[in-house]
Structures are given as structure tokens and as C-alpha cells.
Design a protein around this ligand. Sequence first.
Ligand code: C2E
Ligand code: CA
Ligand code: CA
Length: 363
Amino acid sequence: RYGGDEFAVLQTGIRSHMEPSRLAQAIIDAANLPFQLDGVSAQIGVTIGVALSPDDGMDVASILRAADTALYRAKNEGRNRFALYEHRMTEAERIRKLVDDELRGAIEKDELALVYQPQVHADTGKIASVEALVRWRHPTHGLISPATFISVAEERGLIVPLGEWVMRRACLDAARWPGLRVGVNVSAIQFRQQNFVETVDRIIKEYDLEPGRLELELTEGVLVEDADQAEASMMSLRSLGLKLALDDFGTGYSSLIYLRRFAFDKIKIDKSFLDSMEATGESAILVHSVVHLGRALGLEVTAEGVENEEQRRFLQAVGCHFLQGYLFSKPVSADAIDEMLRAERGNDAVRPARATLIEMPAA
Ligand code: C2E
Ligand code: CA
Ligand code: CA
């Protein structure tokens, strides 16, 4: 056993790759046999990556690395199976591996950064709040998008420290912008952590942030698995004074039910809604109805991914409160937000940046 739920098997004296393939299948078959656990029938699965020496590596570290890469492929192909290492890795597999190997270190080495994207008032175009979006500045691979590393971070159990880092950084930066609300994305896995509410409470107190200035952006994924638990956590967060936004509205399946049951302050209409708006008149009607529904329920409504003037006019006309998108600003550094706020509200709108070191509790 070489860590957690990972095991290594060394097979020697093999003549062809058929032999490790046969052994791998035998291990999978054996592991799959149901067994009795406290009188209940249980079953486990196993996924295997196979690397051959000397072809795939000449030392322990490189053989294990190759086997690990093959394991990724096997997992991606659906688990409970094995895969042989292939020298050509897909780009996606390379990134997954990179994230797996280096993301933990990236948090410690301060390679993560936050950028902020304004949400503006639909009527005035002035900044109403900002959304924090994480970036990974990798020393050799350049800027890595959260779209690629968040899902791997979730799979590998790194989303909790990552999410905590993001929240701390956002609270620290929020101190520069008195009165401005800051949105932070919360992954479903992070939200379901037993001590999530406590952690948020601790962080906002530590950074002395008015709770009403922190807006957590949750997706439907948060609500589907254990609705009762989610509801309880949301109530606790609200009683602490935090704001809750339902992110990516319109991409899930039963959004309306969620809106009735769960106490959100805001809905954020997904960009894909707007994208299809020009193509078909129908989505325009949909966007219109969603905005109305949101307003009727007393919620704030933000439209995401607003890229052109036509969309802006339409959204303003149907009563959307806030707009976010490249038309107003791409996600930018905290310094650039300083500049925008100064330009709109004068010098008093911005406080000096505080020390940037974020101490993370040991994992
Ligand atoms: P999201 O929460 O829906 O964030 C909006 C994404 O749309 C951002 O991409 C933003 O840069 C992009 N965007 C904004 N306006 C426009 C526009 O006008 N046109 C186009 N084409 N795109 C626009 P980004 O920063 O790459 O983030 C992608 C996703 O990664 C986010 O989607 C969010 O789900 C996730 N994410 C980002 N930061 C974090 C984080 O700190 N924690 C967690 N859990 N997830 C995060
Ligand atoms: Ca978001
Ligand atoms: Ca979104």
C-alpha cells in the first residue's frame, strides 16, 4: 500500500504485456466479488494503471508516474477497469496530472491569484459588486483556467483548501472596497463539508468583513444531493448575514423548484441563455420570464456573459438588475478594480491594500 487507497503491485519476469493485463483483470474480478459486511452484502471496485519497464521507465519514480497516468486514463474510461500506459497523453490528461501533482503546492507557493469581474447596475452601468474568479499562474505552463483545474481539484480533495484560500483572499481584498459586495464561487463539495458554515464564519470574523458584503455563489449541484442538509446550511449562512446567489441559473433541470424551496438573494442567469437568445426568439422570451419570476420572488437578478449592446438593451428593458460580462469588463486584478472605483466614486472609495500573506491552517 503506498498511500491512502492506492496500492502498487510489482510483477516480475513477464514476457509480454498480456501477462500484466491478465493479472490486472484477475485483481479487478477478485475485488469485485461481493462480500459480507455486518450481515450486509457489499462490493468494491478497483481501477488499475499498468506501466512496463524498461519501456515506460527505468526507475521506481518514473514507472509509478507512468502507471499513475495510465490510471487516469482507466478512470476516465469509466473505472473498474485497467489501462496500459501509452506514451502519448492527451492534453486533458496532461493537465489533470499537472493539477494532481502540483495544485497542493501551488496554494502553498502562492501561485494562485484572484481576479475580479464587476457586476454593474443595468440602469447606470456603475459597479454594484464584483465576483472573485481564481487563476493559477503556473511558473512554466502559464495561466491555467479554473475551468480545467476546479473539477480535478474536486476529484482529488483539493477543493476545500483551495476554496478556503479563495475566501480568505477575497475577504482580504474586500477590505479595500468599503461597502462593495464581493461574490465568491463555492463548489458543491466544499459546501457539503460538515464545518463549512463554521469555516465561513471564522474567516469573515478573522478579516473583519461585514457578512452582508460576502455573497456565496452556489450551483444547483449543491442542492440536489442532500436537500435537507443544504437547506439547513443555507439558513445558517443567512442568519450569519451572508448573501446567497444561485449561479448558472438555467443550466440545471428543475431550477424553479429550487427557487421556491431555497432562500436565495439573487439568481445569476447563465451565459448560455444569452448566447442562444440571438439565434432563437424563444430564448429571449425565456430570459424575459426568468427575470420576471426572479423579481416576483423578490430576488435580485444578474445576467452573466453580456457581450454586446443589444443584449444590454434587452436585459435592461426586461428589468434585469445587474449585468456582468465582457461588454463592461473582463475579470481584472484588484488594482484595476481600485482604479475603476476611484474613477466612479472618487478616491475615498478605495483603501490601501493590506499585507498579502495568507496563512493557511495545516491540511
Ligand atoms: P462562472 O462562475 O460562471 O464564472 C463566469 C465565467 O464566465 C468566468 O470564467 C468569466 O471570466 C467568464 N465570463 C464573464 N463574462 C464573460 C463574457 O462576456 N463572455 C465570455 N465568453 N465569458 C465571460 P472563468 O473565470 O474562466 O471561470 C470559469 C468557472 O470556474 C466559473 O464559472 C466558476 O464556475 C469556476 N470558478 C472560478 N473561480 C472559482 C473559485 O474560486 N471557486 C470555485 N469553486 N469555482 C470557481
Ligand atoms: Ca460564478
Ligand atoms: Ca455563472
